[in-house]
Design a protein around this ligand. Sequence first.
Ligand code: GLN
Length: 248
Amino acid sequence: MYELNICYLYPDLLNLYGDRGNIIALQRRCHWRDIEVNVEHISIGDALKYEDYDIFFIGGGQDYEQTIIQDDLMNGKREIIIEAVEAGKVFLAICGGFQLLGKYYKTHSGKEIECLGALNIWTHAGDTRLIGNFVFETEFLKKNGENYRVVGFENHAGKTYLGEGVKPLGKVIKGFGNNGEDGFEGAVYKNTICTYSHGSLLPKNPALADHLIMLALLNKYPDFQGLAPLDDELENLAHDSLIKKFTG
Ligand code: GLN
């Protein structure tokens, strides 16, 4: 029987707009396939050993929460998280978590806050908040031969820019995405996937949830042959009707 260990980083501080729903979606979609899942919460002061986990999740928060965990990240967890990303562990990082994986966050007053530097990306706080339901399209997931459309909800002041070696997760169809300027949304580096999409992301976009589960199983089990399909009729109806609503 396959087993996946999920590390939920700072669940008490980074959990905006139901980000925790992403963990529930991963658990349920694994259980429906008889894949065992263990979820561990790691927060301020907790020791972290990356080898113990297959999937890492970090949600969004306000600038305030991001500052609170700053010290904890920089005094012990930073190197471990960088090693985990480099080792190809699967990461899903949302909004504030996305920003934290980058090199720095420049606040509105011009103060530059150093971040983890696990990904070659950086964020500048803008004058206005980028808010609303949004839709973007990813090339690496296909549905009926077409690029998969992801629906989510964004609310951020930070504008994120991608440097060399980091690819966008998708192209914005509706909404703002990373910065409201270049038409890109999110970031992909190795098996780390970042997005501004709250809402929760994975229950609304089951194909993306399965993609993460598949990456983690491929990493862990060399004999892994692929995921058993699920009856996603309801999930797909919800997904498709939201896409239609927001892009129609
Ligand atoms: N502090 C960040 C911003 O406003 C992140 C917000 C969030 O996670 N929703 O840009």
